[in-house]
Design a protein around this ligand. Structure first.
Ligand code: CP
Length: 315
């Protein structure tokens, strides 16, 4: 089946078959990453602009690596040194970048829906690198890629997402991806951050950590997203950690063979203790590495590439 999307805006809008296409394409790029020569000419002559208007370490560098490995030219926008500080709007900024002959924009922005908005006012592909508390599609894609690498088919697998679900774009994108792939998702944390209305997304809501962890195949931690919380949702960070932080004792409630994930950045000693984040069960850094292959796949497909052209080995 040919790939037909120009933009990657949300996981919600993707069909399961499209997620499978991205993951299969990412699998081919992941194998290329293990070769001595990792660079392929797929996007030679294209210019990709990383328009990040919120801080990022992993996603920005990963998109930059991915674009360079596809032989594209990459410009990473420096928000602090840009004319956005003089009041230029997102629309004007992006239209000027397009007028400068960019072929694609990768956008991170605090406003939910901003990638959709740009996709309507620009003529070039837009890739969502995280919009407010709405979605972070490439994070979810690299997460499910990593789960499948470790556990195989996700149908019936029990995935527990623990932490600040309410303000998390990672949680929303993962819930869409995991439920489409047949996983059984439980979200857990304090009731103020894990409200029952999330059940309408097809997940189980729990406030009982021990019970939720007991049969998990995957435990995904999320940090408290202070940057999006207008007011306090629990008495103190110390109290949150004492009730929901993943420490050595609580990790022992998780069955052997289960994996521990975190999208980063991690707050050691808050949502996760160092001895768990750095343990053999943690796949946190493998998530980061797989992110390059997933973003290569997304850039390649949104630029008009077809999955079948990379699914055969490139020598
Ligand atoms: N996971 C993630 O989005 O990390 P960054 O904010 O560092 O990009």
């Amino acid at each position: 089946m040919p790939w037909h999307r120009k933009h990657l805006l949300t996981i919600e809008e993707l069909k399961r078959s499209e997620i499978e296409q991205i993951l299969a394409t990412a699998g081919a790029f992941r194998r290329i990453l293990d070769r001595k020569v990792k660079k392929v000419p797929a996007l030679r002559g294209k210019t990709i602009v990383n328009l990040f208007l919120e801080p990022s370490t992993r996603t920005r560098i990963s998109f930059e690596m991915a674009a360079k490995l596809l032989s594209a030219d990459v410009i990473s926008f420096d928000a602090a040194a840009s004319s956005t500080t003089k009041g230029e709007t997102l629309r004007d900024t992006a239209q000027n970048i397009q007028a400068l002959h960019a072929d694609m924009i990768v956008l991170r922005h605090a406003a939910s829906g901003s990638p959709l908005y740009l996709s309507k006012v620009l003529g070039i592909p837009v890739v969502n690198a995280g919009d407010g508390a709405h979605e972070h599609p490439t994070q979810a894609l690299l997460d499910v890629f990593t789960m499948r690498e470790k556990l195989g088919d996700l149908k019936g697998r029990k995935v527990v997402i623990l932490g600040d679900i309410l303000f998390s774009r990672v949680a929303r994108s993962n819930i869409h991806a995991l439920t489409k792939l047949g996983a059984d998702v439980t979200i857990v944390g304090p009731s103020t951050l894990v409200p029952h209305w999330f059940e309408s997304m097809g997940v189980r809501v729990s406030h009982n950590l021990r019970e939720a962890l007991a049969d998990a195949d995957v435990v995904m931690l999320l940090r408290i997203q202070h940057e999006r919380q207008g007011s306090s949702h629990f008495p103190s960070l110390g109290e949150y950690t004492s009730m929901f932080g993943l420490n050595y004792t609580r990790a022992s409630w998780v069955k052997p063979g289960a994996i521990i994930m975190h999208p980063g950045p991690i707050n050691r000693g808050v949502e996760i203790d160092s001895d768990i984040a750095d343990s053999d069960r943690s796949v946190i850094l493998q998530q980061v590495t797989n992110g390059i292959a997933v973003r290569m796949a997304v850039l390649y497909l949104c630029a008009g590439g077809q999955p079948e052209h990379v699914l055969t080995p490139v020598e």
